[in-house]
Ligand binder design. Structure first.
Ligand SMILES: CC(C)(COP(=O)(O)OP(=O)(O)OC[C@H]1O[C@@H](n2cnc3c(N)ncnc32)[C@H](O)[C@@H]1OP(=O)(O)O)[C@@H](O)C(=O)NCCC(=O)NCCS
Length: 220
C-alpha cells in the first residue's frame, strides 16, 4: 500500500466529482466537470489529490534507499506538482481531494474530502499538512475555511491544527440553510503555530511509518 499526493489534473475530474458527491451528498449545486476544469485553470487556485497507484511505479521497483516515510507517502516534487499533465493518473485510483485559493495574504480552503472507505487513516491530516506548507510557500499569512456547524469531524481536524472559530456565516449552505463556522489559523510564521505544527507533522509521520511497518509484516 502506498499513496502519492500530486497536483489534480483534468483527467482526475470524474473521480474528483465522485468524491465530492460522496463527501457532500446534500450540497446543491454540486460542482460540475466544467466548474472543476475552470478551477484547475485558475492561477490563484491550487488543487491536489491523493492517489493510490494501481501498479508499482518505476521508482518503487528500483530504489530501496528511501526512509519508510518517503516510501509510504511519496510526496510530489516540484516538477511533478507543477509540470505538464502525465498519463499516470489513468492508472491511479483517486482517494482524496483538496483545494485552496490564494486570496492576497490568505489561503482559503475550498474543499477537502476523503472517500468514505479511506477515512480515519490520517489522509485528511496529511492533506491539511500539505495545504499549510503550500500556503506558506505562497507567502500566505493564514489559512481559513468555512465548515458546517454540524460537521464535528472536520472541525476536530482543523482544531487539532490550531484553527480557531472566528465567526459564523448565517444560512451559508443553500441545501438546508445551515450556518457555516469560519475558522482561521494564527499567523503561519508565528513561533507558536510553527512549534505546534511541526510537532503534529512529526507525530503524523511516525504514525504512518508504524502503519507501513505493520503492513509490511502482514505481507511477509
Ligand atoms: C473531515 C475529513 C476530511 C477527515 O479526514 P480523515 O482522513 O478521515 O481524517 P484523519 O484520519 O486524518 O483524522 C485527523 C483528525 O481529524 C479528526 N477527525 C477525523 N475524523 C473524525 C471523526 N469521525 N470524529 C472525530 N474526529 C475526527 C481527529 O481530530 C483526527 O485526529 P486523531 O486521529 O488524532 O483523532 C473526512 O471525514 C471527510 O472527507 N469528511 C467529508 C468531507 C468534509 O466534511 N470535509 C471538510 C469540509 S470543511
Amino acid at each position: 500500500m502506498s499513496y502519492i499526493i500530486r497536483r489534480m489534473q483534468e483527467r482526475d475530474i470524474p473521480q474528483a466529482l465522485e468524491i465530492d458527491r460522496e463527501a457532500f451528498p446534500t450540497q446543491w449545486p454540486h460542482p460540475s466537470y466544467s466548474s472543476f476544469k475552470q478551477e484547475l485553470r485558475n492561477r490563484l487556485a491550487c488543487y491536489i489529490v491523493v492517489a493510490e497507484p494501481k501498479e508499482p511505479t518505476l521508482s518503487e521497483q528500483v530504489t530501496d534507499n528511501k526512509t519508510l516515510w518517503q516510501k509510504f507517502l511519496r510526496l510530489f516534487d516540484h516538477n511533478h506538482f507543477f509540470g505538464e499533465e502525465t498519463s499516470q493518473s489513468s492508472k491511479e485510483y483517486i482517494i482524496a481531494i483538496a483545494g485552496f485559493w490564494i486570496m492576497v495574504d490568505e489561503a482559503h480552503i475550498t474543499t477537502l474530502a476523503i472517500r468514505n472507505a479511506y477515512r480515519r487513516r490520517g489522509i485528511g491530516e496529511w492533506l491539511l499538512i500539505q495545504i499549510i506548507e503550500m500556503a506558506a510557500q505562497f507567502k500566505a499569512n493564514v489559512v481559513t475555511l468555512e465548515a458546517r456547524v454540524s460537521n464535528r469531524e472536520a472541525q476536530a481536524l482543523y482544531e487539532k491544527y490550531g484553527f480557531h472559530k472566528v465567526g459564523i456565516r448565517r444560512a451559508y449552505y443553500t441545501d438546508n440553510g445551515e450556518d457555516a463556522v469560519i475558522m482561521t489559523t494564527d499567523s503561519l510564521t508565528s513561533r507558536n503555530f510553527q512549534a505546534h505544527f511541526q510537532n503534529l507533522k512529526q507525530t503524523h509521520q511516525h504514525r504512518w511509518e508504524e502503519l507501513y511497518a505493520s503492513e509490511k509484516t502482514k505481507v511477509a
